[in-house]
Ligand binder design. Structure first.
Ligand SMILES: [Fe+2]
Length: 397
């Protein structure tokens, strides 16, 4: 999506003869958003990508909403979530609507299968862990703090570097296309000087090497809210080259250049990505507001027409008590929230914050998934009252 890129071997022009060393034709495939009118790439496969040996539905994927929907602020502790499993099949749904789902997983295996999500763009925030995202577009190394953006339909596998420690992924599955905010780009698509990141910060697949292997290779495809298995008669990562605008890419949160002001700047200055029906923002270490009378902690606000979700990627956050590393807070549409008792006063005169957080604001209300209930702190909504705050003890299991 970001801009034109090419990797490996491609012919001089599109749609002309391009032969393998054995004389056969490479199989050209166009892949992109919105059929033939969105961003796309042309890939050159060693074998046709159509040679399916078998197809079956494995299971439905239904995110179930909790029935208890009384209006209140919510707090979930991902540190208490069940650990392990697959990076693609064992994600725990936490919050969702028809535009966006937020899930969490701490995978401890590299999948034997390949995977593609054909119904959503995925933004995977790598909280911890490193490795390589291998895909038909080549190898994309990832590291902590990366937003790895995998557009829909890209066959891939997370090759986890288990020696590098545990993996923790915050996953956002988007029905619409994930992109740069349009206000960061000029009429030609180039990122503007005032944008908080530039093209140099976007990492693309580095190396593509065709795997010419025959056999039985299962690809698990998420489509129509179900996991399906398609078995190919050859290794799916058999691409010798490609070019275009459609490919997986990564952006590290520490490459986001924070915009600061003399007094408090509103959340849109932290915007990182745009989706349909939601935005993603990055709160990064930065100098605080520099007017001597400034109150750096955010003012109370009612985020009318928007549900606000914050993932705390470090233990420090300027306005909240009782929040821990890995916490997720959900502040529903129109319900005022703000600094916890004492936090506004304490922020006056502070010079710097080391906070690190990922925010996802949706425009439609979010459902709380049933699978989020076991990790909920049930007292969070009462934590702004001084006396009640003293009793605020997140559950230990
Ligand atoms: Fe807020």
């Amino acid at each position: 999506m970001p801009f034109y890129h090419t990797l490996g071997s491609i012919p001089r022009k599109r749609h002309i003869v391009f032969r393998r060393p054995d004389g056969g034709l490479y199989a050209e495939e166009l892949m992109g958003h919105e059929g033939f009118v969105g961003t796309s790439s042309l890939l050159y496969h060693t074998h046709p990508p159509t040679t399916v040996i078998s197809a079956r539905k494995v299971r439905d994927v239904r995110w179930e909403a909790d029935d208890e929907t009384s209006l209140r602020h919510r707090h979930f502790l991902t540190a208490r979530i069940a650990k392990g499993g697959s990076p693609t099949l064992d994600r725990v749904p936490l919050l969702f609507n028809s535009d966006i789902g937020m899930l969490y997983v701490e995978p401890d295996v590299t999948d034997a299968h390949f995977y593609r999500n054909s119904q959503a763009d995925e933004v995977v925030y790598v909280v911890e862990g490193s490795g390589v995202l291998e895909s038909v577009f080549g190898e994309l190394p990832y590291k902590p703090g990366d937003y790895v953006v995998i557009h829909r339909n890209i066959t891939h596998r997370w090759r986890i570097d288990h020696a590098a420690g545990a993996s923790k992924f915050l996953v956002m599955e988007s029905r619409g296309h994930v992109r740069f905010p349009s206000r960061y780009r000029n009429d030609f698509g180039q990122l503007l000087e005032g944008a908080p990141y530039s093209e140099r910060d976007i990492r693309r697949p580095e190396h593509v090497e065709a795997r010419d292997e025959k056999g039985e290779f299962p690809i698990l495809v998420k489509q129509y809210s179900a996991i399906n298995e398609l078995v190919l008669d050859h290794h799916p990562l058999d691409v010798v080259g490609w070019d275009g605008y459609f490919y997986p890419w990564a952006f590290n949160i520490h490459d986001f250049e924070p915009i600061v002001g003399r007094i408090h700047q509103p959340p849109p200055v932290h915007q990182t990505f745009q989706g349909d029906g939601f935005v993603i923002c990055s709160f990064c270490p930065r100098p605080y507001d520099f007017d001597p009378q400034a109150v750096p902690a955010p003012y109370n606000h009612s985020n009318v027409d928007s549900d606000e979700v914050l993932f705390y990627a470090s233990s420090e956050f300027m306005s909240r008590k009782g929040i821990e590393y890995g916490s997720i807070t959900h502040h529903p549409d129109g319900l005022p929230h703000g600094p916890h008792p004492g936090r506004a006063e304490a922020s006056i005169g502070a010079k710097y914050t080391n906070e690190l957080a990922v925010m996802m604001d949706s425009f439609k209300p979010l459902h709380v998934a049933k699978t989020a209930m076991p990790i909920e702190d049930p007292n969070y909504h009462k934590s702004w009252v001084d006396g009640q705050h003293a009793n605020f003890n997140p559950p230990t299991s």
